[in-house]
Design a protein around this ligand. Structure first.
Ligand SMILES: [Zn+2]
Length: 94
């Protein structure tokens, strides 16, 4: 014997499924209408955090590259302007 409330719950579920599922606008996953809002709220912050992290990594890489470039330029300048017979090589702080 099946309780009446249970069959109603089942009906509601199939009704929701039939009424369409909404893709999350951030990750594209399909969610039921009553859970899409909640998911999107958390998904949005996840995506933003991931983007921020990505951006941060890019900035970091750029800094590293810039640092390497500066070191190259510095080496070049030192080599270029250093007298070939200099004995002060050990005193130059790079
Ligand atoms: Zn999502």
């Amino acid at each position: 014997m099946v309780p009446a409330c249970r069959s109603r719950a089942k009906y509601n579920y199939s009704e929701e499924t039939r009424n369409g599922q909404s893709p999350c606008q951030y990750c594209g996953k399909i969610y039921r209408p009553q859970s899409i809002k909640q998911h999107e709220a958390s998904c949005k912050s996840h995506q933003l955090a991931a983007k921020a992290r990505e951006q941060c990594n890019k900035e970091y890489e750029k800094d590293i590259q810039q640092g390497e470039l500066n070191a190259l330029v510095l080496n070049f300048l030192v080599l270029t302007y250093m007298p070939s017979n200099s004995t002060t090589m050990g005193h130059i702080n790079v």
